[in-house]
Design a binder for this molecule. Structure first.
Ligand SMILES: *Cc1c(COP(=O)(O)O)cnc(C)c1O
Length: 414
């Protein structure tokens, strides 16, 4: 056990002996990259030519008028390649993999978004790529699995345990132990053993650095509040990073409230009081677990926020009060998404819509002199099945049925 990578009592690296050297190597490569200005310059060049950076900020004129309080601005991470902030992390880790001389990457994925982003990076850099995904998630997320395989990744359906994200994480670590010499594990969020929380936050800090400068340039001042949704915590860490020294800016993290406080069906580790401090998956943080340390089932309409743990850095900020944590329920989230689509023509992912829901709740009570900034972590193309279900769109159902009928005929004729 090492002493670095702690944020008050949270974080650390609780890893098997056999991986200690691999983590040391990763930490050294990461620290050397941080000290090397040419690394960040190469990263900026890559992100500007491959992933639409710098992403703009957009002002929501219609909703600002309708809500009648603070002016709402949005940081457009949805414009990244593959549709979310995840590109910032995987491209950064891709450059680091190259620097370490490794030729293969592996990753875990739940909803499949991180798997698609990693497979994209591997295709571009010419790495071999294996993605671990719970067998249940493979069934539920066929479109993402399809693209991963098209990009040349091998998708392994993990049939252990609950056949979801946590089982995929265990399997990815097992692979790493066997193949650490030539393989880098591209962890998907600001969680896990040190140096991942810090390293992922560093790559994502590109969001906050841009956003702070853009708000100053556009409005002449800093926003009063900055909102981000919180799954593992990487997009939140990314945008918050730009404002950590600005005491006048309030930072608000919004978790998955699912079916609400007290329902036992949510993934609010910090906003509700159900989570306790523990060590799992190689790090110490607040987990939704029972008194025996067994992980609980979580629930959210958005797969990307449906996780038992949370970034140790955010647990630390929760305790110090540097970030305020709230939770938005599934119903509020779907309503906020529909409202944003209808009134602004922006299509926020269900994850992202948690941040919008909280911002819309608070904006009317603020002064028209104030600005708020919402991190639009991603777009909702991937959510079309879930959203069409939630809004009971009959034409969508007809479309799916006619597709299924056509496939059935094709198979019968074959
Ligand atoms: C994956 C994902 C998230 C959740 O991950 P964080 O690490 O908490 O940022 C949020 N929004 C979108 C669009 C995602 O794809």
């Amino acid at each position: 056990m090492k002493n670095s990578g702690y944020y008050s009592q949270f974080g650390g690296a609780f890893i098997p002996e056999i991986l200690v050297q691999t983590f040391d190597e990763l930490e050294s490569a990461y620290l050397a990259a941080r000290d090397d200005d040419s690394f960040w310059a190469e990263y900026l060049e890559l992100m500007s030519t491959y992933s639409c950076r710098a992403t703009p900020i957009s002002r929501l004129d219609n909703l600002t008028k309708e809500l009648g309080g603070a002016t709402i601005y949005v940081k457009r991470e949805d414009l990244n390649h593959t549709g979310a902030h995840k590109a910032n992390n995987v491209m950064g880790q891709g450059l680091l993999t190259k620097r370490m001389g490794k030729k293969r990457v592996i990753a875990e994925t739940g909803a499949g978004q991180h798997g698609v982003a990693t497979a994209t990076m591997a295709a571009k850099f010419g790495f071999d790529c294996t993605i671990y995904m719970g067998a249940l998630d493979v069934e539920r997320q066929r479109p993402n699995v399809f693209w991963m395989e098209q990009m040349g990744a091998e998708v392994v359906a993990v049939k252990e345990g609950s056949q979801t994200l946590k089982d995929a994480i265990n399997e990815a670590f097992r692979d790493w132990v066997t193949n650490m010499d030539d393989t880098h594990y591209v962890l998907g969020t600001a969680c896990g053993p040190h140096p991942f929380p810090e390293m992922v936050s560093w790559f994502q800090s590109i969001i906050g650095t841009e956003a702070r400068a853009q708000m100053l340039e556009t409005t002449g001042k800093l926003p009063s509040r900055v909102y981000a949704c919180v799954g593992g915590g990487s997009n939140a860490m990314g945008i918050f990073s730009g404002f950590l020294d600005d005491k006048e800016v309030e930072l608000v993290g919004v978790e998955a409230g699912g079916r609400g406080r007290g329902s036992g069906q949510h993934a609010a580790r910090l906003a509700y009081d159900d989570a306790t401090i523990g060590v799992a998956q190689g790090y110490k943080t607040f987990f939704l677990q029972n008194t025996d340390g067994q992980m609980q089932e979580t629930h959210s309409v958005s797969a990307g926020l449906d996780y038992v743990g949370v970034s140790p850095i955010l647990s630390h900020f929760h305790e110090t009060g540097q970030v305020r944590f709230e939770a938005a329920t599934d119903d509020a989230v779907v309503a906020a998404m529909q409202r944003t689509v209808r009134r602004e023509g922006l299509i926020p992912a269900l994850e992202t819509s948690h941040a919008f829901a909280q911002a819309y709740l608070e904006a009317p009570n603020m002064s028209p002199d104030e600005n708020i900034l919402v991190n639009m972590s991603g777009r909702a193309d991937k959510d079309i099945f879930t959203v069409a279900d939630a809004v009971h769109d009959p034409k969508w159902k007809e479309f799916i049925i006619s597709k299924a009928d056509a496939y059935r005929q094709e198979m019968n004729n074959a």
